[in-house]
Every structure is written in C-alpha cells, then in structure tokens.
Design a protein around this ligand. Structure first.
Ligand SMILES: NC(=O)c1ccc[n+]([C@@H]2O[C@H](COP(=O)([O-])OP(=O)(O)OC[C@H]3O[C@@H](n4cnc5c(N)ncnc54)[C@H](OP(=O)(O)O)[C@@H]3O)[C@@H](O)[C@H]2O)c1
Length: 321
C-alpha cells in the first residue's frame, strides 16, 4: 500500500544545509509541500537527545527524512574514527527515538553504498550487507551507519514503526565538497581542471591507472528517489539508490576535462592506488518499483560546474572534515 502524502503534511528534513538535505528541501518545495521543517545545528544539536525531543514535541513532524550525518573523505575517516562513530551513532539514535516518542507516521533513513563489505560481488545487491569484512579506512563510519539501518529494522519489529532506509551510491551536485584534502573523486576533478584551465597546456594528474570503475548519481535524482520511496517503499530491507551504470575513472576524467578545461593535458599517475576495481549498485529492486534516474552524467557535471562557478568563494573555501 503506498503512503499517501498530503501537501500539508509536516515533513522534517534533518541536515538541510548539506548537499543532500538541501536537494531534498528543493525537491519537496518543487512538489508543492507547504510544511517543510528544518533546524540548524545551532537550533538543535542532533547529538543531544533532550534537545531533539523538545524540538519534536514543538515541531510535530508527520514524516522524517533523516539525512544529517558526519560525512568525510578517507583522511578524515582515518584520522577521526571515534568522532565518526560517536556523531553518527548519536545523530541517528536521538532522531529515531524522538520519531518513536512523537508517533511520526514514517521515517526514511539514509545509509550509503560505502558501508557494504570491501570485497562485495558486483553489482552490489542489498543482501550483501554484513556478509564479509568492511573497508578498514571507513570502518567506524560504516559500523555507525549500519547500526542506523539495523535500528530502523528493530524499531519496526519492536514498536511497529514505519521506518525505512535507502542506500545511495556516490553522489555529486550543488553544495558538494570541493576541498582537495577531503573531497570525493568527481568534485576533486572539477576543482583540479578548473584551477588548471587558466594556463593552456597545463598538465592535470589523476591518481591511479584510470581503470577503476565507479557509479555516480546526481543529488537532485537522489532527492527525487527519496520522495518516491517515502511514498512507495514499505519494506524493512534497505533499498539501493543509484543509476546502475558505471564509468571508468579515465573516462570520467576525460568528461570533466572536456566540460571544464579542454585545453589541459590529462595524465594518470599509476604509482598511486586505484582502490576497489568496481563499485556498482544493483538497482533492480528500485527499477521494479518504477523509479529511474533522469540526469545524464554529462548534464549533471555541466550543471554542477555551473554551480561551482556561481558559488566559487563558498565552494573553494568551505572545507569539510
Ligand atoms: N555525499 C555522498 O556522496 C553520500 C553518499 C551516500 C550517502 N550519503 C549520506 O547522505 C547524508 C548527507 O550527506 P551530505 O553529503 O549531504 O553531507 P553534508 O553535506 O556534510 O551534510 C550533513 C548535514 O548534517 C548536519 N549535521 C551533522 N551533524 C549534526 C549535528 N550534530 N546536529 C545537527 N546537524 C548536524 C550538518 O550540519 P552543519 O551544516 O551544521 O555541518 C549538515 O547540514 C549522510 O547521512 C550520508 O551518509 C552521502
């Protein structure tokens, strides 16, 4: 049975200032939702159960899209594992408990494709979760996020709560993290090529052989999928959200080069690690429900670069850990 949302329903989006949360707010606005609830960290620290519970009592959300989390690159994950564990455990424990206490109709929790085991068969099916060891560099983050997914299942089992969870693939788009130390590959490439383009013939070096393959979903598509799942997904199993399409890092780099700085020269530094050879989600369950992504990678990179140019100061000066 689909969940019928009314445009007057009160929908809380946690983490609304981040890349994903802000895209979900835009999606809800575009779809005519009139009561979108948000709170900054200064208003409610999601690690503080009492503050979260007071906020829920006052705001009375009907639905929750729980996006907030502590997110970072390899370096940050390796350097601050205790913080990644603590913050992510707390942020989800408090919100799930308050959603129970205040009888929220339905909650959507976001996991991540990087919490699947390190050596998963490809494409990655939902049932591969917890079947073999995790990637050591982000183990603390992964364990905390897996606890969030399992908590949703336990709340369903013990309290009958309608809590569901989704596993998004690598995302990109407006408000991405372009910090050279902590960004993911796609925003890192955009920034590298942008900075090289001032000088014709400038060399841009990309880590690895270029042979590794990855999947990328535009954050506006993810936001669309979140609303779709809130209305159409009712099972306790987390559901993968991605494009089901992969691209080699070499072809990705060429695409970004074409869009951002065609006059530069691209080089691959094969002495640097490639990482996992493939990381692709099996999205057949989502496709069977009737949802498909619509943003093609070239268009998504073009619009993300446009956003980067229009918000240059913020994009290059707001490093995230
Ligand atoms: N980015 C990806 O490629 C990707 C892929 C798969 C899944 N995801 C999932 O999507 C979610 C959001 O990712 P994102 O890329 O949008 O991250 P982001 O840009 O860093 O946004 C995270 C948001 O969470 C808020 N937050 C963190 N700790 C908080 C606290 N203690 N109290 C209140 N708010 C807090 C942040 O607030 P401040 O603005 O105050 O910092 C920020 O608004 C995460 O759960 C992540 O696991 C992301």
């Amino acid at each position: 049975m689909p969940t019928l949302l009314s445009r007057a329903d009160r929908i809380y989006v946690s983490g609304h200032l981040g890349m994903v949360g802000s895209a979900i707010v835009r999606q809800l606005q575009q779809n005519g939702f009139e009561n979108i609830l948000t709170a900054t960290r200064a208003e409610v620290d999601l690690c503080d159960q009492q503050a979260v519970d007071y906020w829920f009592a006052d705001a009375r959300p009907d639905y929750v899209i729980h996006v907030a989390g502590k997110v970072g690159g390899i370096h940050a994950n390796a350097a601050y594992p205790a913080d990644f564990m603590y913050d992510n455990l707390m942020i989800q424990a408090t919100v799930l408990r308050s959603a129970l206490n205040h009888s929220v109709n339905k909650l959507l929790y976001l996991g991540s494709s990087c919490i699947y085991p390190r050596e998963c068969p490809q494409p990655i099916r939902e049932e591969y979760l917890l079947t073999s060891p995790l990637e050591p560099t982000n183990e603390a983050y992964a364990l905390a996020k897996i606890t969030g997914l399992k908590s949703c299942q336990y709340y369903r089992q013990q309290h009958g709560c309608n809590f569901i969870s989704a596993m998004p693939t690598n995302l990109y788009g407006p408000r991405d993290n372009f910090d050279p130390q902590s960004s993911h590959v796609l925003p890192a490439l955009i920034r590298k090529f942008h900075e090289a383009k001032a000088e014709s013939g400038q060399k841009v070096s990309v880590w690895g052989s270029g042979n590794a393959c990855r999947e990328f979903l535009h954050v506006e598509d993810l936001a669309c999928a979140c609303l779709f799942l809130l209305e159409n997904y009712e099972a306790e199993t987390p559901i993968n959200v991605g494009t089901g399409q992969e691209i080699s890092i070499a072809n990705l780099a060429k695409l970004v080069q074409e869009i951002v700085a065609p006059a530069t020269e691209l080089q691959f530094d094969a002495s640097k690690p490639d990482g996992t050879p493939r990381k692709l989600l099996d999205v057949s369950r989502l496709h069977k429900l009737g949802w498909h992504h619509t943003t093609q990678l070239r268009d998504g990179i073009q619009s993300t670069y446009q956003w980067f140019l229009e918000n240059l100061q913020a994009a290059v000066s707001a490093p995230k850990r």
